[in-house]
Design a protein around this ligand. Structure first.
Ligand SMILES: [Zn+2]
Length: 196
């Protein structure tokens, strides 16, 4: 498993891309990469030990078929509202991810929240950034191999709005480097490519 795999609108995964090393998190029933799960579990334990309640895993591995279903549902809905197929597809692209462009397909991405916010219908909201859990993650997640994948000041590079709940496993070495340099994954990968 390439932990630095880059998935975005210019680096699209195919329908046949199905990661090996997926396991099911017993607590949430979500499927994710084995190493990512181990790192998440360790991170959660550390939070628990420091007196913070554990995080909730809201979303992890998302297969291509699922992304396709979500996208098609959105297109059909917009067509029912009167848009032509081309217009519906264009509009859907601005609302949901085009199939293959979600790094959740790698099993290395997790959407997390705290137990309070998880009581809400949609727990993945920007408000999460003000919680003690989000602050802890910003200061410590790299020690467990995670990076904040879509940071606030990098949306012009990632093309994804700020998501304080979305973390990506890259392993401890790369997470430390990325944190130290204040880069997003796109910047870090081109930085590494230039070095080689
Ligand atoms: Zn996510």
């Amino acid at each position: 498993m390439n932990r630095l795999i880059l998935v975005n609108k210019d680096n699209i995964l195919t329908k046949t891309y199905i990661p090996r090393d997926l396991i099911i998190d017993p607590k949430s029933g979500k499927e994710l990469n084995k190493d990512t799960h181990k790192a998440f579990t360790n991170m959660n334990k550390a939070m628990d030990n420091q007196g913070l309640s554990k995080l909730v895993l809201v979303s992890a591995y998302r297969p291509y078929d699922y992304q396709e279903k979500v996208f098609t549902r959105k297109v059909n809905g917009l067509m029912k509202e009167g848009l032509s197929k081309t217009d519906a597809i264009d509009k859907a692209k601005t609302i949901v991810a085009l199939p293959g462009t979600s790094e959740h397909q790698t099993g290395l991405a997790i959407d997390i929240t705290n137990q309070d916010l998880n009581k809400q219908k949609d727990p993945l909201i920007e408000e999460f950034e003000n919680t003690i859990h989000a602050k802890w993650l910003r200061d410590n997640a790299h020690k467990y191999g995670f990076i904040l994948r879509y940071p606030k000041g990098k949306t012009n590079i990632t093309h994804i709005s700020y998501e304080p709940w979305h973390y990506r496993y890259v392993g401890i070495y790369h997470a430390n480097e990325i944190k130290k340099r204040g880069m997003c994954l796109e910047e870090y990968i081109s930085h590494i490519d230039k070095k080689q």
